[in-house]
Design a protein around this ligand. Structure first.
Ligand SMILES: [Zn+2]
Length: 69
C-alpha cells in the first residue's frame, strides 16, 4: 500500500512540475499574464514574481509592497 502511495506521489510531482513549467503567472505590476518560465523575474518574501518586461520588474523592485496586497 505504501508502494502504491509513493508511486502516486511521484507521478503527482512530475505532473506538478510540468504544470508549473507551462503555467502562467500574473505580472503584479500590470496584471498581465506572463509565462512562469519567463526570464524576467524577481524574488520578494521568498515568492517569485515574473514580469512582462524589464520596466515592470524595475517598478516592482523599487516598491514591491505597492504591488502586493
Ligand atoms: Zn508588466
Amino acid at each position: 500500500m505504501s508502494g502504491w502511495w509513493m508511486q502516486g506521489n511521484a507521478t503527482g510531482r512530475e505532473f506538478l512540475q510540468v504544470a508549473v513549467k507551462d503555467s502562467l503567472k500574473v505580472d503584479p505590476v500590470c496584471k498581465m499574464k506572463v509565462k512562469a518560465s519567463s526570464s524576467i523575474k524577481s524574488t520578494f518574501n521568498k515568492q517569485e514574481y515574473v514580469f512582462c518586461n524589464k520596466s515592470c520588474k524595475l517598478k516592482f523592485d523599487k516598491t514591491p509592497e505597492k504591488y502586493l496586497k
